[in-house]
Design a binder for this molecule. Structure first.
Ligand SMILES: CC(C)(COP(=O)(O)OP(=O)(O)OC[C@H]1O[C@@H](n2cnc3c(N)ncnc32)[C@H](O)[C@@H]1OP(=O)(O)O)[C@@H](O)C(=O)NCCC(=O)NCCS
Length: 184
């Protein structure tokens, strides 16, 4: 597919609207509390345009926004957090997510980043880390993780990320956040 990946511009109101719609729809199935409505999503998109941020969109030939990825500078710029990432539902599985992660990695590296990390929640029993008490043998559970229902941690593994930890109960009891990172 002929895709262009470019900065989301603060003055481009139509694209900002498209991105906001994308995250409301894209996170509805497994993370419905993330951005419940357009207003919450618009706030997230506006924040992505701030200083020490990267905000990149994948656009089709016709100008439609098919995906969005953001980066947040942390640890004096040594580490960048990937937040958020979404691909339009009907365009998934075509390599757009891979291209967006590659693009963000290059952008973060250009700015001096050494490590890229992401927190990927499991609120919906998508992995074996969800719905159980992870204490006290947290690392045993991580070592034996299985993907039960298409959780994106495996997508990130394919992009070179390793699991570097987990925050048990981050989103309520039995709903952890899985921390993953890769060297740039
Ligand atoms: C996760 C997401 C960004 C992936 O985007 P995508 O464009 O569908 O991914 P790609 O087509 O680039 O996939 C690259 C590889 O990862 C695999 N993959 C993608 N999503 C996967 C998943 N949920 N579980 C396991 N593997 C996955 C693909 O099969 C492909 O494998 P291959 O290289 O062996 O063929 C997309 O599914 C999405 O927007 N999901 C909803 C929001 C979300 O989960 N965001 C991340 C939250 S932290």
């Amino acid at each position: 597919m002929n895709l262009q990946i470019t900065d989301l511009q603060a003055g481009d109101a139509p694209k900002i609207q498209q991105v906001a719609k994308l995250i409301v729809e894209g996170f509805q199935e497994h993370w419905s509390d993330a951005w419940p409505d357009i207003d919450a999503a618009l706030q997230e998109v506006q924040e992505s345009l701030g200083v020490d941020r990267i905000s990149r969109i994948a656009i089709s030939e016709s100008g439609q926004v098919l995906g969005w990825i953001g980066g947040i500078k942390q640890y004096s710029g040594n580490v960048w957090e990937l937040h958020p990432l979404v691909v339009k539902t009907e365009f998934r599985g075509q390599g757009i997510g891979r291209q967006l992660v590659g693009d963000l990695a290059a952008e973060a590296k250009n700015r001096g980043g050494i490590v890229l990390w992401v927190g990927t929640d499991d609120e919906d029993n998508q992995t074996t880390l969800s719905g159980i008490d992870l204490f006290p043998n947290v690392w045993e559970h991580i070592s034996n993780i299985k993907n039960l229902r298409g959780h994106p941690y495996e997508f990130y593994q394919k992009m070179g990320f390793a699991i570097v930890g987990v925050m048990p109960d981050a989103n309520g009891i039995g709903k952890p956040d899985i921390f993953m990172a890769k060297r740039l």
